[in-house]
Write a protein that binds this ligand. Structure first.
Ligand code: 4AD
Ligand code: MG
Length: 464
């Protein structure tokens, strides 16, 4: 008999169909003579209700074994359901228990658990409704991202995780050390420091961004994007920072900051639209249980243009704001998340693209404006999250770029290949980086970034 995914059965299953399902028990109701078991296989928020009858083989044993968390395979026939909230249910003929879950010790019982508690059992939390919905939406976002770029002819390029350059120049790097455990006598393995070497004799880091390498590829393929893990050794214990997060970084040759902003806006709209169409049940769930503005936010993104404003104008608005900010605002200072949120959440009530930041607070590669004081940068600020995208038009002029590197204390010789891109066939180009987890947070309304990635890496993580 064919094994079917529960999501497909709930949508298309017809009475009298014989089929097999596999999954985990969510709940059991023993009604003397028969029992209802709710099964979930991760394909959907909804469970499939299975009816066990006392006449079926091993009924009493099954009933004892099928507690919350047990894994099971059921063969049966679909029948119309008498119960509310479901069209069909599975009348079991036979069932096979793969693994029991002792109700005394299984940590997930039929009640609401706090996200803090669920973080302590990261290996089991994906079996809950909330995390099921989060990781299905995360998957849909990733699919939509590839779809968006592939439909527009962008090449997906794979930039390295181990690199020698600090793209953002912020010095927040994890270093990579080579270490051959086989060469160390077993008795001395505790004392690993003596045996550790730099990366085969040189310096290397985990990448903070694939941008510089993406620029190399854009100078050959015109439009490219990366989508992969990036790492930041910033010791920030906030609800929006991870030490390991995924970034999406498009890079476009023959493109300026306006083209960059237009692409970023169309990109976010596409991803929201795709998720609303393909994960409507999960999105309803977030709206009901996590944050009642989730659906309205999605509609707002899909149907409205983003606000566009320069940094200088944004500072003027913040200085006039009737709010006591914790951090000061004045021209030249970086925006803190409270400022970013005020602009997007309270003032504009939609995402805001802030452009033309002061040179001193942005990276060396951003194109210098004619005023010599600001750069062609853009950050997209989202309500409730703050910065979700950071991007810029890149400095394509060899002399200006060299000067900018020197004035930021960088040695141009270390990035000779990056300067070569300006020596040979340079073009105006632009790109941006989307923090993938911040997008998933924004979309689902989840309050903590640790709860939108299966295995969060933070200063205080983790069991695995
Ligand atoms: O603004 P950032 O640092 O920009 C770059 O890395 C550029 N090289 C991107 C580019 O132009 N290709 O980072 C981009 C985005 C931020 O807007 C934010 O959403 C996310 O990455 N981000 C983080 N997300 C989670 N945890 C952290 N520690 C993050 N740091 C940045
Ligand atoms: Mg940034």
């Amino acid at each position: 008999m064919m094994t079917r995914r529960i999501v497909d059965i709930l949508k298309n299953g017809q009475p009298d169909e014989s089929l097999t399902i596999q999954g985990w028990v969510r709940t059991k109701r023993d009604l003397k003579g028969f029992a209802f078991i709710e099964i979930n296989d991760g394909s959907s928020l909804s469970n499939l209700q299975v009816v066990l009858n006392a006449e079926m083989p091993e009924y009493e044993t099954l009933l004892k074994q099928l507690n919350t968390g047990a894994s099971v395979e059921v063969d049966g026939v679909l029948v119309p359901s008498q119960g509310k909230g479901q069209r069909i249910e599975l009348q079991a003929k036979t069932a096979k228990v793969y693994g029991e879950a002792d109700p005394e010790t299984y940590p997930l019982q039929k009640k609401r658990h706090s996200f803090e508690f669920l973080r302590t059992i990261g290996h089991l939390r994906s079996r809950t409704n909330s995390f099921g919905a989060v990781f299905r939406v995360r998957n849909a976002c990733a699919t939509a991202i590839h779809q968006f770029f592939q439909e527009r002819g962008f090449l997906w390029v794979h930039t390295p995780i181990i690199t020698r350059s600090d793209c953002e120049g912020a010095g927040e790097l994890f270093t990579v050390t080579s270490f051959d455990l086989n060469k160390v006598p077993k008795t001395e393995q505790q004392d690993d420091v003596d045996y550790a070497q730099d990366f085969f004799g040189g310096k290397a880091y985990l990448t903070v961004s694939g941008q510089l390498e993406a620029e190399i590829m854009a100078m050959a393929f015109s439009n490219v994007y990366t989508f992969g893990p990036t790492f930041r050794a910033e010791n920030s214990n906030t609800s929006r920072h991870l030490a390991e997060f995924w970034m999406v970084e498009p890079e476009m040759a023959f493109c300026d900051l306006h083209g960059d902003m237009d692409l970023a806006e169309a990109f976010l709209q596409h991803v929201f639209k795709y998720v609303m169409e393909t994960c409507s049940e999960d999105m309803e769930f977030f709206n009901q249980r996590i944050d009642d503005s989730v659906l309205a936010t999605a509609e707002n993104i899909i149907n409205n243009e983003f606000e566009r404003i320069t940094y200088t104008d944004a500072i003027a608005l913040l200085e006039k704001a009737p709010v006591n900010f914790e951090y000061p605002v004045s021209w030249g200072l970086d925006l803190q998340s409270e400022h970013e949120r005020y602009l997007a959440e309270q003032l504009f009530k939609k995402p805001a693209i802030v452009t033309d930041y002061p040179t001193g607070i942005k990276a060396f590669y951003m194109r210098l404006n004619d005023d010599q004081k600001t750069v062609r940068a853009m950050d997209i600020l989202a309500p409730k999250i703050g910065e979700i995208i950071g991007g810029s038009q890149r400095e394509e002029r060899l002399d200006v770029l060299t000067q900018r590197m020197q004035s930021q204390g960088l040695n141009p010789d270390d990035l000779w290949w990056y300067l070569d891109l300006r020596r040979f066939g340079t073009v105006p180009h632009a790109g941006f980086g989307l923090g993938f987890e911040r997008l998933v947070q924004f979309m689902t309304g989840m309050g903590n970034i640790r709860d939108v990635i299966p295995f969060p890496r933070t200063p205080l993580s983790a069991d695995f």
